[in-house]
Write a protein that binds this ligand. Structure first.
Ligand code: ATP
Ligand code: ATP
Ligand code: MG
Ligand code: MG
Lengths: 229, 229
């Protein structure tokens, strides 16, 4: 499904300072797989996930999705592909501050041209699915009127809005207590069983155990790639 | 040191909708203690911590700090007290986007009137203390040029800037891998042994175990208050 070949990411800080966030990463992800990317803070996980999700461009190297090189797509094609195929959960949620929770979940559906009534219905179902407390009411809170874990679950609901084939989640359980993140991981498990490809960045070994493959990063390079069960 | 009596927090959403985030919370915190506040997402932990840290006012009830009722302080006195006595780590870090990491750590010291050279020296020491990678370089990154866990550690360094007597930390380890949060908890342990009062909000039982007392919230009320060892 997705192939990375010698992908590098260098941040240029000016004045001759460069940060090598990714130092030549290569691996492939099979369709329908469940992969966890683990590693210390600063090891390059978010950078890698954003490049895989077409939210950022690699400095060099190849990213090939279903046979097409991402390099050969223009920004418009990339955005369209991303909207339909990829659901991305950001480490810091990236919710729109002046939209309500439910409007945030509807946003990807607006871009995809889903009609109003259908959007609203599906958005509310998703907020209930992720376990948002008192959803009929909290749906109309803005992000700063929600707790950290509630914002996180709204971000997850938004990522699922267009029923994407690939879900990329950056630390999706960091703000949740056990039974609440267990619920989220059960959703990911069900989606994976129905054929979706799941890639989770986490530093929580309990969350990593959900996957059948764990790729470990350190200082921008892959130091371990293990398949389990 | 700190006493809460029947503290309530109600968010008024207009149109007759009210959120009872805290429903009458009472307890006291002894000087030099190490307390963990745990509970599900949405149970009121951040709301409680912000009221304890004088960053927000209760709707009703009393908060008494070292014998003085917070009600009787005006906003200016409250701000001054907060700056000198309380170090607060926010769940979403609240770093200033257009300042560098080191400038963010210096900010509380600027308010406290610490001279420039001393501020810069202490800020760099704190960034090294919390384990920021390549600190001489990363100190000059802005928050969006840092990883999630790096931002979290900068937020912790900032909270320690004025060597406060009370440290209130809202989920301070959520973005860190094991040895990295272990390092943060060792800092808190050392500070506690030197007499500081520590209050950590967490939903991670491993982090909660660091404390000698665990207060558990559910739906805005205390459902358990246990002292361990
Ligand atoms: N500004 C606000 N306006 C309205 N409701 C709010 C506001 N801030 C928080 N709430 C609500 O108050 C309740 C408690 O929120 P709080 O942020 O204290 O929870 P929490 O225990 O810290 O959760 P988490 O673990 O997810 O951070 C939540 O149900 C939330 O929706
Ligand atoms: N915009 C940027 N400019 C410069 N350096 C950056 C930028 N974004 C990230 N970095 C650096 O690149 C490295 C990798 O960052 P990344 O966010 O991918 O780490 P991470 O593994 O996701 O960490 P965490 O677990 O803390 O979220 C870090 O050392 C960080 O300081
Ligand atoms: Mg990250
Ligand atoms: Mg909170």
């Amino acid at each position: 499904l997705l192939e990375l070949k010698n992908v590098k990411k260098i941040y240029d800080m000016g004045r001759d300072i460069q940060v090598e966030a990714l130092k030549g990463v290569s691996f492939s992800i099979e369709e329908g797989s469940y992969t966890a990317i683990m590693g210390h803070s600063g090891s390059g996980k978010s950078t890698l996930l954003q490049i895989m999700g077409c939210l950022d461009r690699a400095t060099s190297g190849d990213i090939i999705i279903k046979g097409t090189a991402v390099k050969d797509m223009n920004d418009f094609q990339l955005a369209k592909f991303r909207n339909k195929t990829i659901g991305f959960v950001f480490q810091s949620f990236n919710l729109i501050g002046n939209l309500t929770a439910i409007e945030n979940v509807e946003l990807p559906m607006i871009y995809a041209g889903v009609p109003r009534a259908e959007r609203r219905k599906r958005a509310m179902e998703l907020l209930k699915l992720v376990g948002l407390e008192e959803p009929e009411e909290r749906a109309f809170h803005r992000p700063n009127q929600l707790s950290g874990g509630q914002q996180q679950r709204v971000a997850i609901a938004r990522a699922l809005a267009n029923d994407p084939a690939v879900i990329l989640a950056d630390e999706p359980t960091g703000n949740l207590a056990t039974n609440q993140w267990r619920r989220i991981l059960d959703i990911f498990k069900r989606l994976n069983e129905s054929g979706k490809t799941i890639i989770i960045v986490t530093h929580d070994p309990l969350v990593g155990q959900e996957a059948t493959r764990i790729i470990t990063l350190e200082d921008g390079a892959i130091i371990k790639d293990e398949r389990i069960r």
